[in-house]
Design a protein around this ligand. Structure first.
Ligand SMILES: [Zn+2]
Length: 75
């Protein structure tokens, strides 16, 4: 699975979700750098993918909450 250049991850220094640049990927390990403070985090690729999926679900909820004024999407 490909990892985008910009990933949302919890920066230990900013203490919030920030966009991170992918610096390097070696097998199952990735190094990412916070776009705000440049702090580098080393973690497992699967962990980053999980976090990204969680974040996208969270974002979707926020966005659907914003659009929740009368209009209901039917599936
Ligand atoms: Zn940061």
């Amino acid at each position: 699975m490909e990892i985008d250049l910009c990933q949302i991850y919890t920066c230990p220094r900013c203490r919030m979700e920030t966009p991170h640049y992918l610096l390097v990927r070696r097998e199952e390990r990735v190094a990412i750098s916070c776009s705000r403070c440049q702090t580098t985090s080393l973690l497992e690729a699967a962990e980053l993918e999980n976090h990204q999926a969680w974040w996208e679900a969270e974002l979707e909820q926020i966005l659907s909450g914003l659009e929740e004024n009368g209009q209901d999407d039917e599936h």
